[in-house]
Design a protein around this ligand. Structure first.
Ligand SMILES: [Fe+2]
Length: 273
């Protein structure tokens, strides 16, 4: 699908699917490079620096996430040199974002690369928005989190590396109409969706599935607040479970978070290592 078609599909239904965007040999290279990056960067220092995120690991799903960018950034990120296919994925994603949003993506804009392996019989992942969860509260069930304040990337990308579930995987729920989209996603397919218009979930995977998620946190990200007491501007609009503003300077808010709130939060994360 050319990027212009992708743009119209995204504005009409909130998502677009670039089928067979990567070849089988590129997918093998991406898997290898993503695993090298995890090996190279998952350590206490990077976790404390907030350039890698705590691994979410259960018997049926393992997820790793780290921040990367093409150019220099004042915010935490890890290097991805010697990973040419990951670099191509990042550049393709930025190009697509540029086409869709109609404004240039700064090479220093950070993108979260999220490598996920689902094994047979994985537990479902509930409906949610992706984001930098600056403050969250454990829900009554003790498993799900309620987001109190965060930064939400405008768009989220998902590339399928392997999938033995006949195209089953990410499901998109339209917040306004409640319509559920279940795009068939086979290896090589790249999905990009509007993270504000749609929430997403993943049902139980009966068979293995491997994906790479991409979320640009510095290009048109929005500020989320669950309550009015956390409003930082006067243009919030309601979305499920809270409010979002386009005018808040998310980079300034993130810089303040790293300076004032992260040190305590990272101390609470120590048990992950
Ligand atoms: Fe997600």
């Amino acid at each position: 699908m050319p990027y212009t078609t992708a743009t119209s599909s995204l504005s009409s239904q909130g998502y677009c699917l670039l089928q067979q965007h990567f070849s089988p040999s590129q997918l093998s290279a991406l898997k290898r490079e993503a695993e090298q990056l995890i090996e190279r960067h998952y350590n206490r220092e990077n976790l404390a620096a907030h350039s890698v995120y705590p691994s979410d690991s259960t018997e049926t799903r393992v997820s790793h996430a780290m921040m990367i960018s093409s150019g220099p950034s004042p915010f935490p990120k890890v290097a991805h040199d010697n990973c040419p296919t990951v670099d191509k994925l990042l550049r393709d994603h930025n190009e697509l974002l540029q086409e869709i949003s109609g404004s240039a993506v700064d090479p220093g804009a950070r993108c979260m690369l999220n490598y996920q392996n689902y094994f047979s019989g994985s537990k479902p992942v509930g409906e949610h928005f992706d984001g930098e969860y600056m403050r969250a509260q454990k829900a009554e069930d003790g498993i799900e989190f309620k987001l109190l304040e965060g930064i939400l990337p405008r768009y989220v990308g998902v590339l399928v590396i392997a999938n033995q579930n006949r195209g089953k995987g990410t499901e998109l729920v339209d917040n306004a109409s409640k319509a559920v989209h279940r795009p068939r996603m086979d290896p090589g397919d790249l999905l990009l969706f509007d993270n504000l218009r749609l929430r997403h979930r993943v049902p139980t995977m009966e068979q293995p599935r491997t994906t790479i998620g991409l979320r640009n946190f510095d290009h048109q990200a929005v500020h989320f607040a669950a309550s009015e007491t956390d409003f930082l501007a006067d243009d919030y609009r309601e979305i499920p479970e809270g409010w979002v503003s386009n005018s808040v300077d998310c980079r300034a808010r993130f810089a303040a978070f790293m300076r004032d709130e992260w040190p305590q939060m990272q101390a609470d994360y120590q048990h992950y290592f």
